[in-house]
Design a protein around this ligand. Structure first.
Ligand SMILES: [Zn+2]
Length: 278
């Protein structure tokens, strides 16, 4: 599933490609991808100009030059792909956003598994339309915060560290893959009690979180063999080449040479080094 680095990569691509462009025609072919207010979807978008592209956790929010915003969540396998009108249409295409002038730029929403979603709402109704967005925690890269403050927040929670990283009401945008990579970089186990973290450990966790996410964005995200993440131009990311623990179970730890383990935790696979994560 695309997490913060992948969604941020697509956000930056969209910002370059569609800001200042007017939506000429919106075509919805897969009704399941536009579940909320499908009848209004086309009408509220056509003729509007995109004035900005924001990211809220794993959601993309395209600001328009009217009262509305276009919200996109890629979920498991959704892709946003730049195309031109003459390009063949993938059979899993659910929506096509065609920009003026006609025949020029298109952005297509392609999703083989149809968990992803697009909808139009207003900024004021965003929180009531998607309760998850109303309760979204801080953004690990955008919210100005000191590591001391971060440490206090972590210690004030009663949770296992990995659960806390995955809790979107605490921190927005981190999923299973980056939680494992961040905890390895910090040298901390997934099942440590957050209240037991020392100030030094909180500082390591803060630094690990910032560095892993920043490096992953630089490498344009992680593309895995069994998943479908590509950027707006259909290119895979490269951060998977730098993964330290994710899907490396049975291989040697790159820090201490112990064997990387995999366990089930919170219904997800967790990868960690039993030796150098404490
Ligand atoms: Zn190790």
């Amino acid at each position: 599933m695309p997490e913060l680095p992948e969604v941020e990569t697509i956000r930056r691509d969209l910002e370059k490609e569609v800001v200042g462009r007017k939506l000429k025609e919106v075509t919805v072919t897969g009704q399941r991808a536009v579940r909320r207010r499908p009848a209004e979807f086309k009408e509220r978008l056509e003729g509007r100009k995109v004035v900005g592209v924001d990211r809220r956790g794993k959601y993309l929010v395209l600001r328009l030059d009217g009262p509305d915003v276009l919200v996109i969540h890629l979920r498991m396998s959704g892709q946003l792909l730049k195309a031109s009108a003459k390009d063949p249409v993938d059979k899993h295409t659910h929506a096509v956003l065609a920009f003026a002038p006609p025949g020029a730029l298109q952005v297509r929403f392609v999703d083989p598994r149809t968990f992803g979603e697009l909808f139009v709402t207003t900024p004021d109704e965003l929180g009531s339309t998607v309760p998850e967005l109303a309760d979204l925690g801080f953004d690990p890269l955008e919210t100005p915060m000191s590591w001391e403050r971060f440490g206090l927040l972590v210690r004030s929670r009663k949770a296992k560290l990995k659960s806390l990283l995955l809790d979107q009401t605490f921190i927005a945008g981190i999923g299973n893959l980056y939680a494992d990579e961040i905890l390895f970089a910090a040298g901390l186990r997934y099942d440590r009690d957050s209240a037991s973290i020392s100030p030094q450990e909180a500082r390591r966790l803060w630094r690990a979180m910032t560095e892993v996410l920043t490096e992953a964005i630089k490498a344009r995200g992680s593309s895995l063999a069994d998943e479908q993440y590509v950027d707006l131009f259909g290119r895979t990311g490269r951060y998977q080449e730098q993964h330290q623990v994710y899907a490396r179970d049975g291989k040697r730890c790159l820090r201490c040479r112990a064997t990387i383990a995999r366990v089930r935790f919170a219904q997800r696979s967790t990868h960690f080094c039993p030796s150098c994560q404490v």
